[in-house]
Ligand binder design. Structure first.
Ligand code: NAG
Ligand code: NAG
Ligand code: NAG
Ligand code: NAG
Ligand code: NAG
Ligand code: NAG
Length: 394
């Protein structure tokens, strides 16, 4: 029934420990800050409801620095630079048993210990979900009540002489905005919502913290105006970091410009890992080829069928993105360095210049399947007891 694969079975107890270290985060309040002038408020923002350094995050940071060192001094990591891997597809797996992990032949044989594959057709169609754990057994977490995407404002604006109040428009995670139909996950921003700071939007998260990986999905986007639809990686340590690697489109500005957005196409953005996540509307980021803040035009219409989107998050400066196996203009600054979870969402913040005004009709983004090969903080290289020839080639 399920098509989840996880190798290195014998090592799972250790993974449980790593995951546990950030699982428990104390609550705290936070004020969203800065102005909305930043045009591409992408997926970034801190969580409106749950935040700040966990007691566990000290442990996590220690692990981070340890592993950053391990990676820097590590074995022959392939170097990715713009143009060096201008096309990429996975090969058919060459062995049955892949307990020793995988090397990705299309990306310089980079080593990934784990695989996660999930086709939404492997579970029965489902009406609207009702809680965050509805797909937990399959390795997913549904966002319930936490921030989805970016807010429109920090609650005040400068009127030339003084700060005056300003509405905050944002989405909170709503399980009932997700469902499975005809074997595809539907992420629906319900049409006609009243702009507010608690609009309902769908977001689903791969429930495993990764540290590097190749993340691929077959997606059909919706061109209904008023949403940002994203396949992206988000950092896992709230209140401390702000890294993201994003692939995004803006409904209504996918194939052609609209009033919100003069540049149609596929946005590929990195957010400064050292940015202050408590100042989410004032974070440094970079987008597009040579960091030109432009999207890549689509060669076909991605709202008419499924296409393959890939984020190759690899060590170094550059993490290329691919559309149907062809590299798209990807930023060269701010590669992510902290653990990340792969996330898919669809949201509006009613902001001109980015999502645009909230949609007036349902817009349905579809996800057919995902295929991820990844590392974790703990497992970056071939485990002891495994020989290089045991590794599967993909
Ligand atoms: C934005 O952040 C920069 C530091 O990166 C800071 O100097 C500046 O004051 C901030 N702007 C606002 C409006 O908070
Ligand atoms: C909100 O943004 C305004 C700029 O529009 C800035 O002056 C103000 O300090 C920010 N408020 C907070 C709480 O960061
Ligand atoms: C990214 O994840 C962190 C940690 O869970 C969370 O606080 C933050 O709100 C997320 N970012 C977005 C844009 O959802
Ligand atoms: C899952 O989807 C992928 C991509 O569409 C396909 O190649 C693969 O055969 C599917 N696997 C299963 C078990 O359905
Ligand atoms: C995520 O990690 C946990 C703990 O190691 C493991 O039990 C689970 O199978 C993993 N899930 C996926 C989808 O890889
Ligand atoms: C996102 O929401 C909009 C508005 O409801 C919808 O038109 C679109 O199809 C959704 N996109 C996805 C990818 O589900």
């Amino acid at each position: 029934m399920r098509s989840t694969t996880l190798s290195l079975i014998s090592l799972l107890p250790f993974m449980g420990h790593v995951l546990g270290s950030t699982a428990c985060k104390p609550k705290s309040t936070e004020s969203v800050s800065a102005s909305i002038t930043a045009p591409a408020v992408a997926a970034v923002a801190t969580d409106g409801t749950e935040l700040t350094p966990a007691s566990g995050s000290a442990t996590s940071s220690a692990i981070n620095s340890e592993y950053t060192t391990a990676i820097d001094t590590g074995n022959d990591e392939p170097t990715m630079a713009p143009g060096t891997h201008s096309s990429f597809t996975f090969k058919q797996q060459d062995k049955e048993n892949c307990d020793c992990g995988y090397k990705v032949s299309g990306l310089g044989d980079i080593y990934m210990p784990f695989k996660f594959q999930f086709n939404f057709s492997s579970i029965p169609d489902s009406a609207a979900f009702s809680g965050e754990d509805d797909l937990k057994e399959f390795g997913w977490r549904i966002n319930q009540g936490h921030h989805v995407g970016g807010p429109s404002s920090n609650g005040t604006k400068w009127d030339g002489t003084k700060l005056i109040p300003e509405n905050i428009y944002q989405c909170l995670g709503d399980p009932s905005s997700l469902s499975v139909k005809n074997g595809n996950l539907q992420l629906i921003v319900k049409g006609g919502q009243t702009p507010s700071d608690h609009m309902n939007c769908p977001e689903i998260i791969h429930n495993n913290e990764t540290l590097y990986g190749i993340f691929q999905s077959e997606i059909q986007f919706s061109d209904v105006t008023g949403t940002c639809q994203a396949f992206w990686l988000n950092h896992t340590i709230a209140g401390q970091y702000a890294d993201e690697l994003d692939i995004e489109v803006l409904g209504g500005a996918i194939n052609k410009p609209n009033d919100n957005q003069p540049n149609p196409g596929l946005w590929s953005t990195n957010w400064d890992p050292n940015g202050n996540p408590n100042d989410p509307l004032n974070l440094t980021r970079s987008s597009g080829a040579n960091d030109n803040f432009l999207p890549t035009p689509f060669p076909n219409d991605p709202t008419k069928g499924f296409n393959t989107y890939t984020i190759a998050w690899v060590p170094g400066e550059y993490s290329p993105r691919y559309y149907n196996g062809q590299e798209v203009n990807s930023p060269t600054l701010y590669n992510a360095i902290h653990p990340q979870e792969l996330t898919v969402n669809n949201w509006s913040n009613h902001v001109k210049g980015w999502s645009g005004e909230v949609p007036q009709e349902d817009s349905i983004m579809l996800v057919k399947s995902v295929l991820f090969y990844y590392r974790t903080e703990q497992f970056q290289s071939l485990p002891e007891g495994c020989k290089a020839e045991d590794v599967c080639i993909v």
